[in-house]
Design a binder for this molecule. Sequence first.
Ligand code: ADP
Length: 484
Amino acid sequence: MRVLHVAAEVFPLVKTGGLADVVAALPVALAHAGADVRLVLPGMPQMLDAVLHAKPVIDLGACFGAARVRLLRGRMPGTQLPVYLVDAPLLYRRGGGPYQSADGAEWPDNLQRYGLLGWVAAQLGAGELDAGWRPDIVHAHDWHAALSCAYLRAHASDAVRSVYTVHNLAYQGLFPHEDSALLGLSSNFMSADGLEYHGQLSFMKAGLKFADRITTVSPTYAREIATHEFGCGLDGVIRGRGNVVSGILNGIDPEVWDPAADTAVAQRYSLDQPEGKAVCKAALQKEFGLPVDASAPLLIAISRLSSQKGLDLILSALPQWVEQGAQLVVQGAGDAALEAAFRMAAAAHPAHVAVHIGYDENRAHRLMAGGDMIVVPSRFEPCGLTQLYGLRYGTLPIVRRVGGLADTVVDAHTATLADGTATGFAFDHASAFDLGAAVLRAIAAWRDKAGWRTMMARAMAEDFSWQGPAMQYLKLYEEARHGD
Ligand code: ADP
């Protein structure tokens, strides 16, 4: 099975969220399971710098507004995987992020940037760019890669099938309809039955309409996005594709996230040798200027600061936890008002709340190892990775019961405590009241040291590796190849 993954991000080269972690780990897991896997990525400076032995495959001349486009092929660092880079200096070689400039404005030419990525992926899929290799499956990730599904459909080739994975339905890639000619697709692709979305063009819709199979990153999110509440205006389109939509839970990279081998933490620990966790907790309290106190329950949150993540609920519920003697360490970046509010909370409760505004991988590991509990109160959550890291680090998750959070955390209540399946705490409504109640439950459970150890042991022993998900994707690829 030959599979081409198409994406805008890959860890550690370019990352704005969980998508990058998935694009780094899933292809490797598929290759371990016997698939012949390659990636195609936009030639951003970090990609061009890091990819090994990149050599030109073909010169594509001028397209999508770029004076010169070349396809390069090299190897992903740290793996054996071949990777194609779309080298279009005018479109991709610039500072800032993959979707926005350093000051947070969307790149004005994102339509061309990600139209080109999708077109190149489809051309590779159609066997037109690299005579030596042609995929059976083009697997596109999120709106940035979704146009590949439309271009493949335009090609009408039976030799290749497309799979489109929605990592987050809320980011859709909307552009002015007037710009549709820049994409070079015929006008029927631009109708309401195609990319048209309330007078605009939606890249997300290209994936949802034209992929042979659609997946999301958890079974619960797959059901949720077909509803008005979570469908972001596309639930009707998704219901229309009902029989080809499914959910496959993300895994995590057990080598990157392993408390027994983590080089970023104060002391490594494991299920059998858990003592290091207390050392990590003390080190984290010290690093963040909080009282070093083993008897204070230490909550952490590592997150983009956006309304999706529900961190405003933490701010509302906070005074109650402070009364309980709890401590909170937050690391995040994003919404300026939330950043300011967390800074103010830290200033108001210096013995209880500490905040690092910014993105920092190593520090995220230290938070994960040092915390007692991780709070993930998302309004919606396609899969969520931080609760999985929390489980693996024995930092028990407190989550809202949505999307992948509902699929991965078993709420502690009488029955699950009795049968030993409990791994965390879940609540239903996105309200400070419900979150506060769940945190108070967690603090009470944490004070029962023996019970807590049992839950930690259960959580740390769970298998969230990519092996299982990779087998599910391979099965799906087979279905896509042999289905209609
Ligand atoms: P999303 O992709 O919606 O942001 P996920 O939970 O799927 O949410 O993935 C978030 C990823 O980004 C995780 O790997 C998490 O550790 C990481 N992350 C988020 N914010 C930060 C931060 N401020 N510093 C370091 N890592 C972060």
